[in-house]
Design a protein around this ligand. Structure first.
Ligand SMILES: Cc1cc2nc3c(=O)[nH]c(=O)nc-3n(C[C@H](O)[C@H](O)[C@H](O)COP(=O)(O)OP(=O)(O)OC[C@H]3O[C@@H](n4cnc5c(N)ncnc54)[C@H](O)[C@@H]3O)c2cc1C
Length: 443
């Protein structure tokens, strides 16, 4: 009766929703729930997702509990009504590249298939916290690519024009414009690579990486998806052109369809079905300095080397650069690459030399040969691949899950991933995005 008589009162409805949600063990996060927990000793928080034992069979098994696997499970349940889904993760949710990246989100790609796909992702990012009821801390502080010579200005102007023709925001800055955005760069004229301007995407920015994994996990779980951590796939059983089950460290699981989203481990997984992928695995490192007052207000990339930087909400400068130059599955990097990255950073912004680096880590990148992802069907009927993300898969997380779910649900790709096929390498239809995406051949 209480709920009924006050349901029309807009300001009270979050309270009512909260009460109903708590009773159903599906806690809705809101300002009211935060306040209530703060006033009651934080004892009422419920699990973000369930802790279950795997069943014998699922309609869909997604291998890999990173952002892409979890987003796929969420959109399968939310948009396609497929809820008999298991996500199996060998470590812990978000312990792979999703929780290891430098969190840059942008959609400033020039070639049409990439431009459309990443812009779709950007639009999903713009409503993601509300959609998931989880604060992914998406911050549209802009992304600025520096220009150091005339040829680069021409190439960036071309890319900026292509972006605008695709309805994507792009702003060309002269030196004064760059000075306003990044006042602490080295603007002297007698350096080897003087800054001449920059191409910006104001809607780009950063998001909190592990919150994305946790948000998708929680939202998928609420729709019935079952998530299993410490559940490594050790084998894939086939009967002819069909996968029938996956062997895991928590027992065999039969599956109607299997989606693989394991980033740097893609080639290992496909080895289990006797397939060789056009993917190389390399380690990419990230670095964080001690916390300082606001210094870097946008994401900024050096145009005369491979270096990118932003500042976290805690104040640490987050930066990265080139991959370590050899193949590995080890999630740790080496000192020579660190020296190389830092040299780029100090050339671009000399004041960085005074900071201490507090933390460093590595993630295993699934580098495709043209720098563009592979999302779609494979020669095995009910086995689907989502990989080849190179440096750029974090920003793709929402759209990647969205199109992969569509592909699995309909057994055919969506228009947005129709060109991200495996066959393109055999046919020569590669999507070679020069300059904005790294690929193994560029190193
Ligand atoms: C240092 C660094 C910086 C980066 N910076 C950016 C950036 O700024 N912007 C950007 O857009 N992208 C960036 N990236 C790339 C981005 O992080 C990845 O492309 C993206 O997170 C890939 O997501 P995923 O879900 O496919 O992979 P992951 O998060 O790695 O998830 C794959 C999961 O599969 C699991 N797995 C592997 N093998 C098995 C198995 N046999 N059984 C079960 N589970 C298995 C792994 O444990 C892992 O959790 C960066 C990457 C790194 C490492």
């Amino acid at each position: 009766m209480f709920a009924g008589s006050f349901a029309g009162n807009g300001w009270l409805s979050p309270v009512i929703l909260y009460v109903v949600s708590t009773n159903n063990k599906l806690m809705h996060y809101s300002g009211f729930s935060l306040l209530k927990q703060a006033l009651t000793g934080n004892r009422g928080w419920t699990r973000a997702w369930r802790n279950l034992e795997p069943r014998k069979r699922y309609d869909v098994v997604i291998i890999g509990g990173g952002g892409h696997g979890l987003a796929t499970a969420y959109y399968l349940a939310k948009l396609h009504g497929i809820t008999d889904v298991a996500v199996v993760e060998k470590g812990y949710i978000g312990g792979g590249n999703t929780g290891r990246n430098t969190t840059i989100v942008r959609s400033n790609y020039m070639l049409n298939p990439n431009a459309q796909f990443y812009e779709h992702s950007m639009k999903l990012w713009e409503g993601l916290s509300q959609d998931l009821n989880y604060n992914v801390m998406f911050s549209q502080r802009g992304v600025l690519n520096l220009i150091h010579n005339d040829a680069q200005r021409d190439a960036f102007a071309r890319r900026g024009n292509a972006l605008r023709l695709n309805g994507i925001d792009a702003v060309m800055h002269d030196l004064d414009g760059v000075r306003k955005l990044m006042p602490h760069l080295d603007f002297s004229k007698n350096t080897r690579f003087p800054v001449q301007g920059g191409l910006a995407q104001p809607r780009g920015g950063t998001a909190r990486h592990d919150a994305v994994a946790w948000g998708y996990a929680r939202a998928a779980d609420r729709l019935g998806v079952e998530i299993f951590q410490k559940c490594e796939v050790t084998g894939i059983k086939r009967k002819g052109d069909q996968v029938i089950s996956v062997e895991t460290t928590r027992g065999p699981i039969e599956a109607g369809q299997v989606g693989v989203a394991v980033a740097g481990n893609s080639s290992r997984l496909f080895d289990m079905v006797g397939m060789k992928l056009p993917i190389e695995s390399h380690v990419l490192q990230a670095f964080v300095t001690e916390g300082i007052k606001p210094l870097v207000n946008t994401v900024c990339t050096f145009g005369a080397g491979h270096f990118y930087i932003s500042q976290s909400d805690k104040g640490g400068l987050v930066f990265g650069g080139d991959i370590d130059g050899w193949n590995t599955y080890a999630q740790r990097g080496n000192l020579p690459t660190f020296n190389h990255v830092v040299a780029g950073g100090v050339t671009m912004m000399p004041c960085l030399a005074r900071l201490r680096v507090l933390r460093q880590w590595g993630g295993v990148m699934d580098m495709s040969m043209d720098g563009t992802p592979i999302i779609g069907k494979t020669p095995i009927d009910n086995l689907y691949l989502n990989g080849g993300w190179c440096y750029g898969g974090f920003k793709a997380t929402p759209a990647s899950g969205w199109v992969f779910a569509h592909t699995i649900a309909n057994d055919k790709p969506h228009a947005l991933n129709a060109e991200f096929t495996l066959e393109r390498f055999r046919e020569g239809n590669i999507i070679d995005e020069k300059g904005v995406g790294a690929s193994p051949k560029s190193h």
